[in-house]
Design a protein around this ligand. Sequence first.
Ligand SMILES: [Zn+2]
Length: 138
Amino acid sequence: MTNIEQRPPSFMEIVARQKIGDKAAEWQFFKWERIGDTNDFLVGLGETRKLLSGKNKGKGTWRGTDGRMLPHGNAVVTWEEMEAAKAKYEADTGNCSVCGNTGKSFASWSATDGTKYRNCERCNGAGKAPIAGVEAKT
Ligand SMILES: [Zn+2]
């Protein structure tokens, strides 16, 4: 089974963190939803704590001991902002923004075969950004 070690970052999450600000650095993604028929998303990040008891002991939760949400924030992230974050990632790292330098993209999963991958279509399996001044190996 192929083990994918490097994945591209979540660009939606990157943009949301930038908008919510420094306090969101340690916060975890808890929701995203499309806004109407647009390509814009409402993204939520919030502080988490570990559950100390119960059947989910050790897992994280976004709720405090009183059941209320811990400090959290929402940000609207537009399609254009995600595209800009992808372009910046490719310019900064030289890696393909779809596969994150693995050259593979997810194809399917089943219990018998596990995860199957195929060559990433954006970079044709090279793992490198096809634009941003990066020379493709020939
Ligand atoms: Zn790729």
